[in-house]
Design a protein. Structure first.
Lengths: 393, 144
């Protein structure tokens, strides 16, 4: 946990594990062992843990059957498996894949791979708030479209996408809808039947579960080929001896999320709204990135003209506050956030973005502490900036 | 430990010689806010020495620290000495920079050179042979 003088507002980069989750997992390291595929009592015990976890994950997303949940090593693997598995298995139908232009880099890079392997990838524009254009999707759908991938909610700007509306359009052409729900899972209600989702990628780490485990929701009857071949575990869709302790942790995290999500979302969105309002009031030339209301309850993404995000993050760290930025200098690629650029935010403005992602251990006092230090930090950096107009603080 | 050395963080926390020189003898402007880094270096020349050096920078921690460091390194030096300060010298004086920051954010020596060239131009002084602005021949935004 964070020290008393530290404030962690970077839950979307890395989320700590829930003590209740860890407690549930420990017996699977300390007491139980055995291969879940074995018929002996050791294996049966492990199999029971694994299947119990599957039921809990299935229940969180309202899957019809637990067998529609396939455990993987995390969201990145789920995304790779989902996109490649659906595309290659259905390639006789056509080669068009449609994606939003604000997908996570694991989706973007998998799509680049598919584009090199004979698929035609069409990217849909988003509006100034990061909402995917449903009209553009209608225009891009054709009889050769095999797969559409749109994230449930965006990890950087928190915008929630109109998945149900998208699903209806996709299904009219008998195509498959995949959604990357990594940022949304455990933060808001996701119902694969209500929302019309065919394949969904989710992680455990982002919901206070352990890292190194995730899942793929695969609706029964969807034509799909596995990415990882081997001994045929997970109904043949993901081989390799199961990570039972990890699955048990993910299951427990899903159970807690299901029980507490609504209340937690209400609590966090109050802190979120206080920070957004307080920041806008205290700092000139500060703007909210993303949608004002169709937004993850824990996401705050602001931008400040005339300054750069990494220096903002370093300055906040000196005050004990951990945050992220979408600036070029904050990324490994040295390019500013493709999400902000797709939303039409100019390059130099995208450099000044600050991402604060809240979680279980944030309190209303954290918001006040942030609002106490942030205006001074921005003022200091603007005083140093050659592009800040004279007098702008 | 963090990605930056203690020296970088010290210059970031307490940047030296921030600001403009109103009647500067030369101003160097390097970088591009689109890439995420922009540096303006101001110099005041007395005789053949840099009497004062100040900066204004838009950029990351490395950009601010290198700007601050170059003002300390250059102040009091002769113009010839100051022209010899390289990007590597600035990085070394800071105890090193992360590899990814060596190019895009390490513009301070170029900023200083360009301020000196501006001073020479204003005063009709021919710059010595072989002065090159190291970042000018790279497209610093295109690294990915």
């Amino acid at each position: 946990m964070a020290q008393p003088n530290q404030i962690y507002m970077d839950y979307s980069s890395y989320c700590p594990i829930e003590p209740r989750v860890l407690k549930e997992m420990l017996p699977y390291y300390e007491r139980y062992f055995g291969n879940p595929s074995s018929p002996h009592s050791f294996g049966v015990q492990m199999k029971a843990g694994l299947e119990g976890a599957r039921e809990k994950v299935a229940s969180l997303i309202n899957a019809e059957k637990p067998s529609e949940v396939i455990f993987t090593s995390g969201s990145t693997e789920s995304i790779n498996a989902a996109l490649r598995g659906a595309a290659f298995r259905n390639k006789e139908k056509g080669n068009r894949i449609i994606a939003s232009s604000i997908e996570h880099i694991s989706v973007r890079n998998t799509l680049k791979y598919l584009a090199k392997n004979g698929f035609e990838v069409v990217y849909l524009p988003v509006d100034e708030y990061g909402v995917v254009s449903v009209e553009a999707l209608k225009g891009a759908m054709n009889d050769r479209t095999v797969l559409v991938t749109v994230m449930y909610a965006n990890n950087e700007v928190g915008t929630v996408e109109p998945i149900k509306e998208i699903a209806d359009i996709v299904h009219e052409k008998n195509a498959i809808l995949h959604t990357d729900a990594t940022a949304a899972i455990g933060k808001m209600s996701i119902d694969v039947n209500r929302d019309g989702i065919d394949i969904m990628s989710i992680s455990s780490g982002d919901t206070y579960g352990p890292y190194g485990i995730g899942a793929l929701y695969l609706r029964r009857g969807i034509r799909f080929e596995p990415l990882i071949l081997g001994g045929g575990q997970e109904a043949g869709f993901r081989s390799g001896t199961e990570n039972v302790a990890g699955a048990v942790g993910m299951g427990k995290a899903a159970e807690i999320a299901k029980a507490e999500m609504a209340q937690e979302a209400e609590r966090l969105s109050k802190i979120r709204d206080r920070i957004i309002k307080g920041t806008k009031e205290a700092i000139t030339y500060s703007f909210l990135n993303g949608h004002p209301t169709l937004r993850l309850p824990n996401n705050i993404n602001m931008r400040f003209s005339f300054i750069e995000g990494e220096s903002l993050v370093l300055s906040l760290d000196m005050e004990g506050i951990a945050a992220s930025s979408g600036s070029a200098c904050s990324s490994k690629t040295l390019e500013p956030s493709h999400v902000l650029l797709a939303m039409g935010i100019p390059h130099e403005e995208a450099q000044g973005s600050l991402l604060l992602s809240l979680g279980r251990w944030n309190t209303p006092q954290d918001a006040e502490k942030l609002l106490e230090v942030l205006p001074n930090i921005v003022r200091g950096l603007r005083e140093m900036s050659p592009i800040a107009p004279p007098g702008v603080r | 430990m963090g990605m930056y050395t203690e020296k970088v963080m010290d210059h970031f926390r307490h940047p030296r010689n921030v600001g403009e020189i109103k009647d500067a003898d030369g101003i160097g402007k390097v970088g591009n806010p689109v890439c995420g880094d922009l540096m303006w270096i101001y110099i005041k020349v007395k005789g053949d020495r840099l009497e004062d050096v100040k900066f204004k920078t838009f950029g990351c921690g490395a950009a601010i620290a290198t700007s601050s460091m170059i003002t300390e390194m250059a102040k009091g030096k002769t113009i010839d000495e100051a022209l010899k300060i390289s990007r590597q010298d600035v990085a070394d004086a800071l105890g090193g920079l992360p590899a990814i920051k060596m190019h895009c954010s390490n513009l301070a020596s170029d900023g200083l050179k360009s301020a000196i060239l501006d001073y020479m131009k204003r005063n009709g002084i021919k710059p010595p042979e072989g002065i090159k602005i190291e970042s000018e021949h790279e497209d610093v935004c295109e690294t990915g």
